[in-house]
Ligand binder design. Structure first.
Ligand code: PEP
Ligand code: MG
Length: 323
């Protein structure tokens, strides 16, 4: 199987009806970057920036971060990297941060909430990203956005830093794309102007699913209880797809489910054209997409829905078995 996937490396993830899905990889370390070429990924759909903060006994300095981000962009070459700003709190606690002792850290003071309340670290990280990019394209996304205001405030912080860098005479990216991670159900119902303001949206399915079903992703007792192919969840995902299509906003999916072939294929059939996953999943997902016909699968899903199916997994697996 490994060999078979290696043979697919330079082929597109194109289904039998001619639709192409962009497969990207998730990363968080310089050491992950060699996989970009090894796996044939089209880019880095999610670069998690927590590790550089978690592995030190103090806040990393701007120069250290800029140097690392620059090496990441150098290694990626022409391929795009979507950097996610710091997502601490919840399960990721910094050794030098005062423990918050929150009853529900996953729904607590985390991610962009911390970034907006204590903007010093966020600003420093944005400066580091801008300096690392220089005149190259840069994509930045903000984690755990729950309301349009939070996105606008974070976006303004980035634009402000960009203008400040430019005023200081530094070269800044001309192609700057600013996105939000959609990890809370509220954003699926945000006003149109929010979707229009996002250059791209990435569904953080790990968090989105835990909040959709109210089932803790860290709790072994409940974390597998609800299926991603449950019709309610897929209907919800479809709503996000349609909203992004209307506003012409690039949509990707970067939770663990994007690397599970059946889930990935189902998302692609519903209309998600960008999936970001661990590098080892790219081969298996590509293999399945190339065998399938996404138009047919969409019809299969629709027929199962019309018969009242609560879960679409049996219909999708039956279709796969027929290939
Ligand atoms: C997610 O929530 O799906 C996601 C990609 O972010 P993380 O797993 O880092 O919370
Ligand atoms: Mg998340």
């Amino acid at each position: 199987a490994q060999k078979r996937y290696a043979d697919l490396r330079d082929l597109p993830a194109e289904d039998r009806s001619g639709q192409v899905v962009s497969l990207m990889m998730n990363a968080g370390l310089m050491a992950d970057l060699p996989s970009l070429n090894g796996s044939g990924a089209d880019g880095v759909g999610l670069f998690r920036t927590e590790l550089q903060f978690l592995t030190r006994s103090r806040v990393p300095r701007r120069g250290e971060l800029a140097a690392l981000y620059k090496r990441v962009m150098d290694a990626a070459g022409d391929k795009r990297v979507q950097f996610r700003t710091l997502d601490i709190g919840s399960d990721k606690v910094l050794p030098y941060m005062k423990p918050q002792d929150e009853p529900n850290p996953a729904m607590g003071w985390r991610a962009i909430r911390v970034g907006l309340d204590k903007p010093g670290v966020l600003r420093m990280q944005l400066q580091a990203l801008l300096r690392a990019a220089g005149g190259r394209p840069l994509s930045v996304m903000f984690p755990f956005v729950a309301t349009p205001d939070e996105f606008h405030a974070a976006r303004n912080a980035l634009l402000h830093e960009r203008d400040r860098e430019a005023a200081l005479g530094r070269i800044v990216p001309e192609d700057l794309r600013i996105g939000a991670m959609l990890e809370t159900p509220s954003l699926a119902f945000a006003q149109d102007s929010f979707y229009a303001a996002c250059d791209f949206i990435s569904i953080g399915g790990n968090d989105l699913k835990q909040f959709f079903f109210a089932a803790d992703r860290e709790n072994e007792r409940v974390r597998r209880r609800y299926d991603t192919l449950d019709n309610a969840f897929l209907t919800f995902i479809e709503r996000i797809i349609v909203r992004c299509q209307h506003s012409d906003t690039t949509l990707s999916f970067c939770g663990e489910d994007a690397g599970r072939p059946i889930e990935a294929l189902t998302f692609a059939a519903l209309g998600i054209r960008n999936l970001s996953m661990r590098p080892a999943s790219i081969g298996p997902v590509k293999h399945l997409i190339r065998r399938a016909d996404l138009v047919e699968l969409r019809q299969v899903i629709q027929r199962a829905r019309n018969t009242g199916a609560q879960n679409l997994r049996p219909a999708v697996t039956e279709y796969l078995a027929s290939l």
